[in-house]
Write a protein that binds this ligand. Sequence first.
Ligand SMILES: Nc1ncnc2c1ncn2[C@@H]1O[C@H](COP(=O)(O)OP(=O)(O)O)[C@@H](O)[C@H]1O
Ligand SMILES: [Mg+2]
Length: 348
Amino acid sequence: MFSGGDAGAEAQPPSELPWLEKYRPIEVKDIVGNEETVARLGIIAQEGNMPNIILSGPPGTGKTTSVLCVSRQLLGAAWRDAVLELNASDDRGIDVVRNRIKGFAQKKVTLPPGRHKIVILDEADSMTTGAQQALRRTMEIHSGTTRFALACNISNKIIEPIQSRCAVLRYTKLSDEQVLKRLLTVLKLEATPYDDSGLDALIFTAEGDMRQALNNAQATAAGFGKITSENVMKVCDQPHPLLLKQLIDAALDGDFDGAHNVFAQLWDEGYAAIDVVGSLFRIAKYHECTEESKLELIREIGLCHMRVLEGLDSFLQMSALVALLCLPAAKRKRAAAAAAAAAQSRGK
Ligand SMILES: Nc1ncnc2c1ncn2[C@@H]1O[C@H](COP(=O)(O)OP(=O)(O)O)[C@@H](O)[C@H]1O
Ligand SMILES: [Mg+2]
C-alpha cells in the first residue's frame, strides 16, 4: 500500500510511478465525490485561515489527498518546508509527538501572509491515547503558528478533547459512477485496453475505494495487458461474479445440485469460505429478484458469515448455506405443484 508520504520523493520516470501517485489530484477541485466536504475545503483553501481539522471516513476516498491539496494551495512555494507529514509508519509515540512537532512549530519558515505551517497526521486513529493527549497540549501551545490536519478512518478513536478543537469533515465511500469516471480518465491517459466487463469487475472489487480500484487496474494492466473481468478477478483473487450469479440463480430456482456444483467449483479453485460468503452478499444485494427472495438470501448469507467468523468454515458448512439458499424456492415450488395437483383433482 502506498501512503501519501511523497513530499520528499525524488522524481521518477513517469511510467514507473504507481498510478495512485501519478494520478493523485493536485488541486481540491480535482477530487471526486463528497461534494459538500470538498466544497468546504475549497473555501478553506481560498480564504487561507485553516482551522484544525479532522478528516474521517473509509479508506481510499481522498482524505490524505485532500489535506495535501489544501496545504499545497495554501502554502504555494513554501509547501515543502512548511508541511510536516507523519503517517502510521512513522514512530508517533508521546516523545516523538512532543519533540518533532515542537521542533517543526518553532522552525522559521517564510510563509505567504496570514498562513500557517501545517502538520498532517495521517491515520491518526492509530495513535495511542497517550500520544493523543500529548498532541492536544501541543496543538494548543502552537496554535499561533501551526495548524493540524488529522486523517482517520473512525473519528471516535480520536480523543474527545481533540475532536472538540477541530472542525470535523466527513467522507463517505465513493459511488460506483464516481469511481468509474476517474478510472476511465486514468485508463485513457495510460492507453490501457479494457472492456465493459473489466470495468464492472474493477468497480465491484473496489467497493467505493478509489485506491483499490486504481491499484487493481494497474496490477491487471501490468500482469495481463487488457482489463477484462477474467483478468481483474485473477489479480484480485476473488471468486468470479458471474459464477456467483449462476449460484444464486440456481438457488432462486430451488436447484440445489446446480447451485452446489458452482460452489464446489469455487471451492476446488481454492477460495476460502470467507471470500465466497463476502462476495455472495455483494452479488445478492444487487441481484434482480423479488424483494422477498432477496431478504431470504441475505438473511442466510449473514448468518453464515457469522458462523464462518467463528471458525466454522468447512465445505460442509458452506454446502449447508447453499442448501438454505435453495430452500425457500424449493418449498415454494413444491407448494405450487401441490396446489396445481389439488386443483387438477378437484377439476376431475
Ligand atoms: N476522491 C478522489 N478523487 C480522485 N482520486 C482519488 C480520490 N480518492 C482517492 N483517490 C486516489 O486514490 C489514492 C489514495 O487516496 P488517499 O487520499 O490516500 O485516500 P485516503 O482516504 O485513504 O487517505 C490517491 O492517490 C488518488 O489517486
Ligand atoms: Mg490516507
